[in-house]
Design a protein around this ligand. Structure first.
Ligand code: PRT
Ligand code: ZN
Length: 285
């Protein structure tokens, strides 16, 4: 039987979340940081543990069939693959940062300046699209010290909390690009492998959808049902079960996590009792 091989970052910001996502898809494996390869049990998949920078090339060469990498790394590679899913973790932004005292007023302020970055391809594209002539200074790390040491006037670097910039006396001037982890795949995958990848993606979708929902179960006077449905919102048909106590029903539904507390408080105010909230492990639309 065919297997697919998937390239995962060996050690870094993407590693743990990538493995956790795969494990929550019911795919088990033994990952040892000293080995480069591993096989899954119960699913036709092999793993290749490599540096994130190498993942797009490995997928392009067919060394791996798919991989998990930051969108920034994929776009910077300039390699054309298929982005099959945005996995929505390891989110960050590529921002222009300037030293204090630099009067920044849009990308035009960078005209003629030297901008240090590890993402010259993405930066150049954005400068070009905005008609700005600036000189990218390519560095592979410690971008934030380049201004202080005098090799650049500004930088374009990845930011998540902004602490690193502040610690280095820089101010975030403008976000020019957003990134998160994506799954990339070969375009020319044989049919058998494509089917395995589709099975994996179906599991990933179920896990990702469930992560943003809570399952809620409560008792309610039946004459309040319409109002409860309006509070919960966005659901086709809550499950309603009559209770022994006439005039009361038990209601169950999935609720978006972001709206959960508002829903909870409004249901309480409406007279809901015995509210039970559960995490959902997997779900489909
Ligand atoms: O060894 P390998 O080459 O595999 O790893 P790496 O060192 O190249 O990458 P790694 O593990 O640091 O990052 C992997 C991916 O995580 C990146 O390509 C991004 O897609 C994503 N990511 C998310 C980040 C950040 N957040 C992030 N904050 N990558 C880097 N940073 C760095 C940033 O460069 C800066 O130095 O963190 C610093 C800023 O962080 P804050 O929180 O202070 O703003
Ligand atoms: Zn890297």
């Amino acid at each position: 039987m065919d297997t697919i091989s998937i390239a995962i970052q060996k050690s870094g910001r993407l590693s743990e979340k990538s493995l956790e996502l795969i494990r929550s898809c019911g795919i088990d494996f033994y990952a040892d940081s000293r080995v480069l390869k591993a096989s899954a049990s119960g699913f036709p998949m092999d793993f290749l543990f490599v540096r994130d920078d190498d993942i797009p090339q490995y997928v392009a060469d067919g060394v791996a069939d798919a991989g998990i990498v930051g969108r920034n790394e994929y776009d910077e590679s300039g390699i054309e693959l298929e982005v099959v899913r945005d996995l929505k973790f390891a989110s960050c932004r590529l921002s222009i940062a300037v030293p204090r005292g630099f009067s920044y007023d849009g990308l035009k302020s960078l005209e003629g300046k030297r901008i240090a970055t590890s993402y010259p391809r993405i930066l150049s594209r954005i400068l070009r699209e905005n008609g700005v002539n600036a000189e990218p200074v390519v560095v592979s790390g410690s971008v934030e010290i380049t201004v202080e040491v005098g090799i650049a006037d500004a930088i374009a670097d990845l930011v998540s909390t902004g602490t690193t910039l502040k610690m280095n006396g820089l101010e975030e001037a403008e976000c020019i690009y957003r990134s998160s982890a994506v799954m990339i795949a070969r375009r020319d995958m044989p049919q058998e492998k494509r089917e395995i990848l589709d099975r994996l993606l179906e599991r990933i979708d179920a896990v990702m959808l469930a992560r943003h929902k809570k399952y809620i179960l409560f008792n309610l006077p039946s004459d309040k049902l319409d109002e409860a449905a309006a509070i919960i919102g966005g659901m086709k048909s809550p499950t309603v079960t009559p209770l022994m106590d006439r005039g009361w029903v038990s209601v169950q539904s999935a609720v978006d996590e972001g709206r959960f507390w508002a829903v909870f408080e409004n249901l309480r105010a409406l007279g809901a009792e015995g509210i039970l909230v559960m995490n959902i492990e997997k779900m489909t639309e």
